[in-house]
Ligand binder design. Structure first.
Ligand SMILES: [Zn+2]
Length: 195
């Protein structure tokens, strides 16, 4: 996955002393890593973030109240860290299209009627040459999805509440954690918006 390749580029040192870490609280298990430019880069296990900080590769930006304890150390678990040196990201990827991603982008609501969405609908049906891409896929409820069938929205007289768009690349971070975590929101920016 992208996290692994990005972190390889960072050059992760082994855990200090080879000891094992114990964290308090399940919510402390992951940390957001920001590039030196403050752009969100990846999500890593919180203990990796601790190692980055202890090896002076990153600074703690935010903690979440949990502690990391080992035989020698007792430190606040970082929930957001910032790398000291800039890591070049090869190119700005589009977030990969996924069912889960579409539901998150569309707030789990049907883009035709606003009810709870259960299906993914191709705005221009695939049978009519519609592409399987962010701009042609929306979350839809079962009712609207079956009502629309193989019609375009115009033919079915069903208006979209909002044009579907491709989210920015950092959106996959949000998908990976299943939503914007409160303590990360400020650093992720509006990643679900087009960009
Ligand atoms: Zn609907």
């Amino acid at each position: 996955m992208k996290v692994a390749s990005t972190m390889t580029a960072v050059g992760l040192p082994p855990a200090p002393g080879g000891g094992s870490w114990a964290a308090t609280g399940g919510r402390s298990s992951k940390a957001l890593v920001l590039n030196a430019t403050m752009e969100p880069l990846c999500v890593v296990p919180a203990r990796r973030a601790v190692v980055l900080v202890l090896s002076s590769k990153a600074d703690v930006v935010q903690t979440n109240g949990h502690r990391f304890r080992s035989a020698e150390l007792d430190i606040a678990a970082p929930s957001v860290v910032r790398l000291r040196s800039f890591v070049r990201v090869p190119y700005r990827r589009r977030a990969a299209l996924s069912r889960r991603g579409v539901f998150i982008r569309d707030g789990h609501t049907c883009q035709y009627c606003g009810r709870n969405a259960e299906n993914v609908d191709h705005v221009v049906p695939r049978s009519r040459g519609g592409a399987h891409e962010w701009e042609n896929v929306v979350a839809a409820c079962r009712r609207c999805n079956s009502r629309k069938r193989d019609y375009t929205p115009a033919e079915a007289a069903m208006a979209l509440r909002r044009q579907p768009y491709a989210p920015r690349a950092a959106f996959w971070l949000v998908v990976a954690v299943g939503g914007v975590r409160d303590d990360w929101a400020a650093y992720l920016g509006d990643v679900t918006s087009a960009g």
